[in-house]
Every structure is written in structure tokens, then in C-alpha cells.
Ligand binder design. Structure first.
Ligand SMILES: *Cc1c(COP(=O)(O)O)cnc(C)c1O
Length: 413
């Protein structure tokens, strides 16, 4: 076992909410990772869809290093250049109107939920004729309800957990935020059936990640958009995992010709620096006012310099076009595994967010791939292997991954 001593220390010191694999990673280069014993691994997990540019990218590192020496933090009581630049670049690629930088995906979700609640509150007060400000209590019965999806994942804080459609994650922490109702993803009637006078928003991932890599069907997402328009609800699309080029568009909703009112990003935005964002457009962009929301670190110059470099390098290197090509290649090779092995039932996904559903638990394949084949893979639910590699992978990396995965499948089934 690698670095047994360090693993023992970790188990003593670190709060135990994870079952970790017995590997201690030391450094990375491109799509390769190296453990403390010098073994080289091929990485198809990207630290859970984070390391879009891969490890040790020189231009990215240089940009972050320059900012590290200049100014890392100043708080949101003042202006700083990197936040403005990263914000403008993010608005340009998303065509949204306003952006708020957060420290994580979960916090981006919290902000998005607060916009929905604030939007509803403003509407109620307008209809009561007292404007958005200076209001008395709104009847608790009238507070906004949010429709979320079964098998979704939006994060672990209490608000984000409240819209995460996973009973196992929720159960020990109840009661959660009230007024959340769950529909079935890709079932428009189930959404329609939950809409009432109190509904203020629908939240969903454009491609469900944790839940097993399920892309939204076009009729579904367009139908939800139409329902939101009809009932004046905000459509919140969570692009934390599927966004930032991974699907073969900058944001996965761009495949469908629909636009969210509110969108969340994180994971690949900082290429490893902790930064997320919520973005809003139209009326949703003005729903919250000064004093409604805040963060000490969020959008600090260090992390936004990282985000800014990521957005520049995506454009300069035509990352989205690359993902489309290499994603098609990966899909073709994964389809080959569906044909080759009876235990591999189905492939789902878009671009470089792909899933393979197996006939049984994939735990042994994932740990065999890691420990024997030196291939980093992650699962999404018990029976699904998720492929979310650095976006910079090439055909040779896909071929090598398939070779090692085939061996791991053969050894496990
Ligand atoms: C990872 C993830 C989150 C939570 O992001 P954190 O940075 O872990 O807080 C939310 N939504 C989706 C779709 C995710 O994949």
C-alpha cells in the first residue's frame, strides 16, 4: 500500500466523511498524475470534472503566480481588476447579464436559490402594491416553492441539499428548506403537475452528473422553458459539472437553443482554484439588491485571475471545438465496449461528460483500474462509471484508457 504512514495520519486527523482510495498523489502533468512512489497514472476523473486544462499548465500557472505576488484578497468592499475581467469574460461566453463569484458550486446554488426566493418576494410585494422594499411580513403560506428533480445533485450545504433529489444524502439532515417539490427529470408532465401559485423556480442540471450522466432531452428542456415563461418562473440551470466546454458547447444548454434565467458554474472554472459563480439575466439579474447577499472570499483577485486565465486559454486553444472532436472519438470507443461486453449495458452523455452503465456495481472496476492499471476513473452511482477527463486529452489517451479499462473489466466480471 502506498505511503501507509501518511494514510494513517490522514485517517487520524481528517474528518471522516469519505472512503478514500489508498493512493497519495503528489504532482501532475497534462493528463498524467504521479503518486508519492513515482507511479504514473492516466487521469480520466480530472479531480471530479475540475482540471479542464489538465495539470501544470504553464500559461495558467504563470497568470495565477503573477497575481499571487500582487494581491490575493481584498474583500468585496472594494473593486479589483481580475474579478471584473473574469466577470466580463464569463458574461460574454454565457450571454447572461450579471455574475456573482462564489467559493464553490454549492455556494453558487445557494445564491441561485436566493434569487428565486427574492424574485418571488418582489412579485408578491408588487402585487400587494407596496413595492419590493419596506415590506411587512409575507404570509408564510405564500413563500416561494421550488421544483427540483429526482436523482439530481446540487451540493451539500443545507439549501443545496434541499434541492438534491437523493433521499440517502437528505435523510439524516432533515428538516431541510421547506417548499421543495421533486419532479422526474425528462418527464415534462411531472413538472407541470407540481406548478401552483407559490412556485417560483425550476432548478435542474442540464446534464445530470452524479445521478448517472443523463442529458436533458430536447423536448423536456424546451417544455420546461415554456412552462417557466407561461407561469413567470425562473429556470435555474446547474452547469457546475457539465458547463465550461465539457459537453461540446461552452454551456450544455447551448445545445438546445434554450436559455436559463439563472445559471451556476464552478468545477472547471478555476482549473483547481476554488471559484464558482451564479449568473442571471433579465429580471432575475436585478432581483437581489445591496445587502441581500455577500461573501468574504468570493471573487477574490487570486481565484478570479485563475478563472480569467482559464477563459482566455479556452478561447485561444479552441477548447470547445477540441472537445467536440475528442468527445465523439471517446463516445465511439465506449460504444465499442457496450458491444464487446455483456456487462456493459449502455453509454450516455455528450462531449467529455460520458457515462457507462454496467449490469452490476462498478466499485471493483474503478478500484482495479486505479490500483492495477493506474487509470483514474470515478463512478456516478453504484452501477455507472463516469468519464470526465481533462478537456485536453488526445486520441492516444482515449486509446490507452480503453486498453486499461478493458483489462479492469475482464478482471472484475
Ligand atoms: C459538484 C457539483 C455541485 C457542488 O459543487 P461543490 O463545488 O462541490 O460545492 C453542484 N452541482 C453539480 C451539478 C455538481 O456536479
Amino acid at each position: 500500500m502506498a505511503d501507509k504512514q501518511l494514510i494513517d495520519r490522514a485517517e487520524h486527523a481528517l474528518y471522516k466523511t469519505y472512503n478514500r482510495f489508498p493512493v497519495v498523489f503528489d504532482h501532475g502533468q497534462g493528463v498524467k498524475l504521479y503518486d508519492t512512489e513515482g507511479n504514473e497514472y492516466l487521469d480520466f476523473g480530472a479531480g471530479i470534472a475540475v482540471m479542464g486544462l489538465g495539470y501544470g499548465d504553464e500559461e495558467y500557472t504563470k497568470a495565477v503566480e503573477e497575481q499571487l505576488h500582487k494581491l490575493t484578497h481584498i474583500s468585496n468592499l472594494f473593486y479589483n481588476q481580475p474579478a471584473v475581467e473574469a466577470g466580463e469574460k464569463l458574461l460574454k461566453v454565457s450571454r447572461m447579464d450579471k455574475v456573482f463569484f462564489t467559493n464553490s458550486g454549492t455556494e453558487a446554488i445557494e445564491g441561485a436559490l436566493k434569487i428565486a426566493k427574492r424574485y418571488h418576494y418582489n412579485k408578491l410585494h408588487e402585487s400587494m402594491g407596496d413595492g419590493a422594499e419596506g415590506c411587512e411580513d409575507v404570509d408564510a403560506d405564500m413563500t416561494g416553492e421550488i421544483i427540483a428533480m429526482n436523482h439530481s445533485f446540487h451540493g451539500r450545504s443545507l439549501g443545496a441539499l434541499s434541492v438534491t433529489g437523493n433521499a440517502h444524502y437528505q435523510e439524516p439532515f432533515k428538516p431541510l428548506v421547506p417548499g421543495i417539490r421533486f419532479a422526474d427529470f425528462n418527464n415534462l408532465d411531472s413538472v407541470k403537475a407540481l406548478i401552483n401559485d407559490k412556485t417560483c423556480a425550476v432548478i435542474m442540471e442540464t446534464i445530470q452528473g452524479e445521478g448517472g450522466i443523463y442529458p436533458a432531452e430536447e423536448g423536456f428542456i424546451k417544455g420546461v422553458r415554456a412552462l417557466c415563461d407561461e407561469h413567470d418562473l425562473l429556470l435555474i440551470l446547474d452547469e457546475i459539472q457539465c458547463g465550461m466546454g465539457r459537453s461540446g458547447e461552452m454551456f450544455a444548454w447551448q445545445h438546445y437553443g434554450v436559455k436559463p434565467d439563472v445559471m451556476t458554474v464552478a468545477k472547471a472554472l478555476g482549473n483547481g482554484l476554488p471559484v464558482g459563480a451564479f449568473l442571471a439575466r433579465g429580471k432575475a439579474a436585478d432581483a437581489m439588491v445591496p445587502g441581500d447577499h455577500g461573501t468574504t472570499y468570493g471573487g477574490n483577485p487570486l481565484v478570479t485571475a485563475g478563472a480569467s486565465a482559464v477563459l482566455d486559454l479556452f478561447e485561444k486553444r479552441h477548447m470547445v471545438e477540441h472537445v467536440r472532436k475528442i468527445g465523439a472519438y471517446l463516445a465511439e470507443k465506449l460504444d465499442g465496449l457496450v458491444n464487446e461486453f455483456d456487462v456493459v449495458k449502455e453509454r450516455r452523455g455528450m462531449g467529455l461528460i460520458q457515462g457507462l452503465e454496467f449490469a452490476g456495481p462498478v466499485g471493483p472496476v474503478v478500484s482495479g483500474a486505479l490500483l492495477e492499471q493506474r487509470l483514474v476513473l470515478i463512478s456516478a452511482g453504484a452501477d455507472i462509471i463516469r468519464f470526465v477527463p481533462p478537456l485536453v486529452i488526445r486520441e492516444g489517451d482515449v486509446d490507452e484508457m480503453i486498453l486499461r479499462l478493458r483489462r479492469a473489466i475482464k478482471a472484475s466480471f
